[in-house]
Design a protein. Structure first.
Length: 457
């Protein structure tokens, strides 16, 4: 919060003029002229929002979230802390919606109803969808307000890949709440035993190491594990997108989408080729975390938030394997960053300001540190890193990913992305589920483009 400053300059000029001229016996009086002091005062900053602090007292706001488990528990704890300590007497109530799909549907149905929430923790593409219908609150004026906003240093504390995701032109439709990515988990110790001294830097390196890991299973006498060893196939939409980005492709073109492009064909062909060669495989009887800890896969794909779970899996098995996280190998070392945002739904002026103050409080470095240490996701502010030294020390793999943030990019800032991401995941999954030749990969991408056209008409 901006604080008023008083800059004063005092000028005191004392001119004494005394004349003593004798005329007969008369002595003239002493005359003193004194300049009055002047002060220059810088005006105190004034809020542009038109809401007095007194108006916030007793305001109750409703926050809807998609979380369950540890995230929901932490959020409820932070809400209780805010309710007990905030200086304005604002009270936050919460309602969980189980998942993002349920949250989206419930919020959409409530937008024209009196019982809509004040705050929603939703995806940026959800905010775009709601803004196109009834509008969401532009947070930019709150952020820039001299009384209730954030300082320039605070704003600069957010990495640009997080900061820009909620922007539409000059309008800000949300503030980052969580951000994560998907990367490749790589068993360094096992790779060394296979004869590799460094992680794969290119797609060809990845293929060579994956095939060598599979070959190690084919050499034993048990035919049941002949498929194991390479990359455990994952068809999450962000996994598919990251493969595309690694090959110099992507999903967005101008203000739309185009999947059928040479770089994307190369990415899909690569993934299907190593699958057909036995260097990538699918499993239904275990999780990626367990497969990786048990050396059934040299490479698995997972979220940043899975790092702590993976560490515990190795400890449970008393394994001492060294492992790390690497970006998808290819021509471009990047990753797609995604996650939820704090979205303010229109209401009255006092409630909107109270909601913003709650969001601002949640994003304070200390509160962010609690969130990072609990969820394992990205720190949304650079200064938070200084507060999570214990977590960083215990999870060096997490630190390596955080260092990659300057090369990261966001997902499409289009409301239709909520549907198109499903098309991407379905197309990628279909390629592995159906035994189709590699040469027909372009057909899948063309079908995906047609599905996009149907969905965005």
């Amino acid at each position: 919060m901006a604080k008023s400053t008083l800059l004063s300059a005092l000028c005191l000029l004392l001119i004494l003029s005394a004349c003593a001229t004798s005329v007969e016996t008369v002595t003239p009086p002493e005359v003193t002229r004194e300049a009055s002091a002047t002060a220059t005062v810088t005006p105190a900053p004034v809020s542009t929002l038109g809401v007095e602090a007194e108006s916030l007292r007793g305001v109750v706001i409703m926050a809807w979230h998609p979380w369950f488990g540890i995230e929901a528990s932490l959020f409820e704890t932070q809400v209780a802390d805010f309710n007990a300590t905030n200086e304005w007497g604002v009270t936050v109530l919460t309602a969980g919606q189980s998942n993002y799909a349920e949250l989206f549907n419930t919020v959409t149905a409530s937008l024209s109803a009196p019982n809509k929430p004040n705050l929603v923790i939703g995806l940026p593409e959800h905010a775009l969808f709601w803004d196109e219908r009834t509008g969401v609150v532009d947070i930019a004026p709150y952020l820039a307000d001299p009384i209730w906003g954030m300082s320039a240093d605070d704003v600069a504390d957010f990495p640009s890949v997080f900061w820009e995701q909620d922007m539409v032109g000059e309008r800000r439709l949300g503030m980052p709440a969580e951000r994560t990515t998907r990367l490749i988990y790589y068993n360094v110790s096992w790779a060394r035993e296979l004869g590799f001294s460094s992680p794969p830097a290119t797609a060809d390196d990845f293929r060579e190491q994956a095939c060598k890991a599979n070959e190690s299973f084919r050499q034993n006498e048990d035919p049941k594990d002949d498929a194991f060893g390479g990359w455990l196939v994952d068809t999450d939409p962000i996994t598919a997108m990251n493969w595309m980005l690694a090959f110099g492709g992507g999903v967005q073109e101008a203000q739309g989408y185009r999947f059928l492009r040479p770089e994307n064909i190369a990415a899909f062909r690569f993934a299907k080729t190593i699958f057909d060669e036995g260097c990538a495989f699918q499993l239904t009887d275990t999780t990626a975390v367990d497969a990786f800890a048990n050396r059934r896969a040299l490479f698995v794909t997972g979220g940043l938030e899975d790092v702590a779970t993976q560490s515990r899996a190795f400890l449970t098995l008393s394994r001492t394997d060294e492992w790390t996280l690497i970006p998808f190998p290819g021509e471009t070392k990047t990753m797609a960053v995604y996650g939820s945002s704090y979205i303010v739904i229109p209401s009255d002026d006092a409630s909107q300001l109270a909601t913003w103050l709650f969001v601002r409080w949640l994003l304070e470095p200390g509160n962010q540190a609690r969130w990072v240490s609990t969820t394992g996701m990205f720190p949304l502010r650079t200064s938070t890193l200084n507060l999570v030294a214990d977590y960083a020390s215990a999870h060096p793999q997490w630190v390596q990913v955080v260092k990659l943030l300057p090369s990261a990019q966001g997902t499409p800032r289009l409301s239709s992305w909520r549907l198109i991401r499903l098309v991407l995941g379905d197309g990628f999954e279909f390629m592995f589920r159906v035994d189709m030749p590699v040469g027909q990969v372009a057909t899948i991408l063309a079908d995906m483009d047609r599905a996009v056209d149907d969905l965005t008409k």
